[in-house]
Design a protein around this ligand. Structure first.
Ligand code: MEV
Length: 428
């Protein structure tokens, strides 16, 4: 338990002073907390601009997935993840997809939805039609909030009015649909929703409450498909195994959650590497997986007439290239540069291809040797390090643990003790 969490004026301090104050306030030794403190002054300043009360940063490994041929163009894909095997698996599946032309992608216009909630409406059906009659006025008012977006070819496109009811709760909800171009769009649509709310409330003759984007970004879809060569996958049995694995996910929400987690291993890694909002993307993806009222697989797998595996995926991806951490974080900037993307939708399409590759690799492993073998050597490295092995001891420990199939901390400690020479007995 911390001695106190009350530090008046904490937010006004610089990151180093904040660190000193949390050491005092926690009553813990500074050495134990030192890893929280940012060593690089420039990075500390960036972190301090990005979030409140920053003291440091946490470094997540950034790997580059290879072999991605997407819409006829090669891409090196930056992926930020703490999980072993993810980058290797995506690269392997991309290599197999290359054999038959790589990934083919498409996407809708980058349209986000903002919701304005109106309560206490006496005549919801009448209000709905009054609001639809005011469509042009509302769109004009929305676009007046963001002339730059309009100049760039984006802006408010349409409105939809829904009546939301549950038990004795009832509200009128206006959806403002906005083409946000290369932004993730939260700021643009939230500003518009807040500006429109009083007018919407007046037209509906009710009271506005929430004015916020929806992460169910189902007007901003991206799609990817690929043919995975049967022979390269390991033969017809492997193709059948992957199709059966997919059918399991399609039929069972318990399996679908794990299947989709495998997809998000790839997607979230690209989202994080490019400084985008992983939670927005995760929320949108899982909600999409439930769009027909039952949670199911985000991807599909089938066999083509020649027995090759056809994988496809469609999901909402609210990604941006302008604004947010993508603009302020130098690593995210470099990741976007390496990808060579032309627009936020282009980034979304590449990300969908990575999700499909990741999913295919996981299903292939699961339908054949199981997932553990591939995981083991990287996992064993982490376990060896956790047991206290130094760099030139890690290799030997990993080899032994993988060979006898016991990758555990107690085993690593035991092996380490065996490896290290006995200290000389103390002579009197
Ligand atoms: C592990 O991070 C992801 C998998 O569980 C995905 C799947 O089961 O499809 C291997």
């Amino acid at each position: 338990m911390n001695a106190t969490s009350r530090i008046p004026g904490f937010y006004k301090l610089d990151p180093d002073s904040r660190f000193r104050r949390i050491v005092e306030a926690s009553g813990l030794p500074a050495d134990q907390l030192r890893p929280l403190q940012e060593k690089d002054a420039a990075m500390a300043a960036i972190a301090d601009r990005m979030i409140e009360n920053a003291v440091g940063t946490i470094a997540i490994p950034l790997g580059i997935a290879a072999n991605f041929l997407i819409d006829g163009t090669d891409h090196l894909v930056p992926m930020a993840t703490e999980e072993p095997s993810v980058v290797a698996a995506a690269s392997n599946a991309a290599l197999i997809a290359r054999e038959r032309g790589g990934f083919h992608t498409s996407g809708t216009a980058p349209v986000m939805i903002a919701q304005v909630q109106i309560l206490d409406v006496a005549d919801p059906q009448g209000a709905r039609l009054r609001l639809l009659e005011a469509r042009d006025e509302l769109l004009e008012l929305a676009n007046a909030q963001d002339p730059l977006l309009v100049e760039l070819g984006g802006g408010a496109r349409d409105i939809e009015v829904r009546l939301v009811e549950s038990g004795d709760f009832r509200c009128v909800v206006v959806h403002l649909q906005v083409d946000v171009r290369d932004a993730m769009g939260a700021n643009a649509v939230n500003t518009m929703a807040e500006a429109l709310a009083p007018r919407i409330a007046a037209i509906a003759r009710g009271r506005s409450l929430l004015r916020i984007l929806s992460n169910k970004a189902d007007l901003r879809l991206v799609r990817a498909r690929a043919v995975f060569d049967a022979e390269k996958l390991g033969g017809a049995d492997v193709v059948d195994g992957i199709v059966d694995a997919y059918r399991f996910a399609a039929a069972d929400p318990y399996r679908a959650a794990t299947h989709n987690k495998g997809i998000m291993n790839g997607i979230s890694a690209v989202v994080l590497a490019t400084g985008n909002d992983t939670r927005a993307v995760e929320a949108g993806a899982h909600c999409h997986a439930c769009r027909d009222g039952r949670y199911t697989s985000l991807s599909h797998f089938e066999k083509d007439a020649d027995g090759h595996l056809v994988g496809s995926i469609e999901l909402p991806l609210a990604l941006g290239l302008v604004g947010g951490a993508t603009r302020t974080h130098p690593t995210a900037q470099a990741a976007v540069t390496l990808l060579g993307v032309r627009s936020a939708t282009h980034l979304g399409r590449i990300t969908a291809a990575v999700g499909l590759a990741q999913n295919t690799a996981a299903l292939r492993a699961l339908a054949t040797e199981g997932i553990q073998r591939g995981h083991m050597s990287l996992h064993a490295r982490n376990v060896a390090a956790a047991a206290g092995a130094v760099e030139d001891e890690i290799g030997a420990l990993v080899e032994r643990m993988v060979a006898d199939g016991h990758v555990r901390l107690d085993r690593a400690r035991q092996l380490l003790a065996e490896l290290r020479p006995e200290p000389e007995p103390h002579r009197q």
